[in-house]
Design a protein around this ligand. Structure first.
Ligand code: ATP
Ligand code: MG
Length: 455
């Protein structure tokens, strides 16, 4: 039995949209995520999606402010109090295969619910009449913790292979057991995941990484045999046990859960940090962190992540393992120089996740070490030390004005000066650097200069 109080109270603009449509003679319901999330007592995150008997042109006639979002699919955006609500005409599937569906408009809500993927997603709620329409028992499935397709599982997955990933995501998010027929049909169709567009695969991963505990859906990816098809680099980490430690896959999963859901890129870096495990093939001569960075970039390019995100995550993966030596400030500054394009805050988040994972496995408070490392990094950054040639108080142009000839030799001088100020930032003054530049050139002009000189 569903408790009425669990169903969502509709905000005024939603009630207004429904009222307007119904007064014009068109039955209208709230559907999909909003109803499911409320029944699952989840924070209402989903948008209010409305399903109506009105055809798109009829919806447009009822409201003054509308946005044609996908009129060919029957969706019109209705603006109410500056927010947009998607209003979609009831539909039925005529023919579906893989990703392509031919739909036509339908006249009743039950038909519309029948084309939805899982019973938990096929519940309609009428906030004005406070009536629930749940022809496939989605509410009781949700209460019993079961994920099940609407109708024959084999048919429903064959119609749309994305549903395989959606099933694993919803099962993870709502902690549901996948009903046996649904599970075997889902596993039976997994080879077809290779035909999905990379954008859709990425979108699923992004949604998983935004969930409270991504490890649940990701473990289901592994259990369903999805990893070798979509993420072979990750599949290779499963059970790859390093001595006395968790295998890279399990460590990644736990770190993803520990890192905050507010930072999906840091979470992705946690997941990918271990993919440097050796395998026969290209890049084996590289150190594991380099290899991991390379593989992370390849994976993200394949999924058509933006170039900025790809660079950010692969830089994190490359950098995460060896932290800087914080006791030695020149070494710390050199590390800051090397990692100046890395998002240090994300790096810190990953270090903390790893430390907490280690603490959970009995290591003595590794988090303290991370915190003091982070403090040292922040203090160093706050002093705004010169880290690049552009930060030097003396430029190539200054050197030319001092009479030096343009050319590669000039680059050597600048590199030498940067080296000096990385050791001691107080040297970063024009006059001092000019003197040091001359001395450097003199020394080079007399390669046999006596070693006692520096004394
Ligand atoms: P979330 O937005 O949190 O992922 P949602 O349930 O709102 O969850 P959407 O992708 O926004 O998911 O879809 C809205 C509704 O449309 C779903 O609840 C489901 O009823 C239906 N739906 C979406 N994708 C499919 C699909 N591939 N096959 C069948 N029905 C689908
Ligand atoms: Mg949604």
């Amino acid at each position: 039995m569903t408790d009425e109080r669990e169903l969502p109270a509709a905000p005024d603009p939603v009630r207004w949209v429904i009222q307007k449509l119904e007064r014009a003679g068109f039955e209208t319901w709230a559907v999909g995520g909003i109803v499911r999330d409320a029944l699952a007592r989840r924070r209402p995150g989903a948008d209010w999606d409305l399903a109506t008997r009105a055809r798109p042109e009829q919806v447009r006639a009822v409201f003054r402010r509308v946005v044609p979002i996908g009129v060919e699919h029957g969706t019109v955006g209705v603006l109410a109090r500056r927010k947009m609500y998607e209003v979609t005409t009831f539909r039925r599937d005529v023919e579906t295969f893989g990703r392509r569906a031919t739909v036509e408009f339908a006249d009743d809500i039950d038909e519309d619910l029948a084309r939805r993927d899982f019973t938990i997603n096929a519940i309609a709620w009428h906030p004005l009449r406070r009536e629930m329409r749940d022809p496939f028992g989605g509410a009781s499935d949700l209460a019993a913790g079961v994920l099940r397709t609407v109708g024959d599982a084999g048919t429903r997955f064959a119609e749309d292979f994305l549903r395989i990933l959606r099933a694993l995501r919803f099962a993870g998010r709502f902690v549901l057991a996948v009903e046996p027929e649904t599970w075997s049909a889902l596993c039976g169709h997994r080879q077809h995941l290779a035909d999905l567009s990379p954008e859709r695969v990425r979108e699923e991963l992004t949604k998983i990484l935004g969930a409270a505990r991504p490890s649940r859906a990701l473990s289901l990816y592994a259990a369903a045999g999805v990893l070798p098809i979509l993420y072979p680099e990750l599949a290779r980490c499963v059970h790859r046990r390093e001595e006395g430690r968790l295998d890279a896959w399990s460590a990644g999963l736990q770190m993803v859960d520990i890192a905050s859901r507010r930072y999906p890129l840091a979470r992705l870096a946690c997941l990918l940090a271990g993919i440097g495990v050796p395998a026969r093939g290209v890049g084996e001569e590289l150190p594991p962190t380099e290899r991991a960075g390379m593989r992370a970039a390849a994976l993200m390019e394949r999924l058509r992540y933006s170039r900025a995100d790809t660079e950010s995550v692969s830089a994190l993966v490359r950098t995460v393992a060896p932290g800087p030596e914080i006791g030695v400030r020149p070494a710390l500054r050199r590390w800051l120089r090397q990692t100046r394009r890395v998002n240090h805050r994300h790096l810190f988040r990953i270090w903390i996740a790893r430390a907490r994972l280690e603490a959970a496995r009995g290591a003595p408070s590794p988090e303290r070490a991370v915190l003091s490392r982070w403090k040292a990094i922040r203090a160093e950054l706050a002093s705004d030390p010169p880290l690049t040639l552009a930060d030097l108080a003396l430029s190539g142009r200054d050197l030319i004005e001092m009479g030096m000839r343009p050319g590669p030799g000039l680059g050597d001088v600048l590199a030498h000066l940067l080296d000096l100020v990385l050791d001691d930032p107080s040297l970063n003054r024009g006059s001092i650097l000019a003197r040091r530049a001359r001395r450097y050139l003199d020394d080079r002009a007399q390669p046999s200069a006596t070693p006692e000189r520096s004394a």
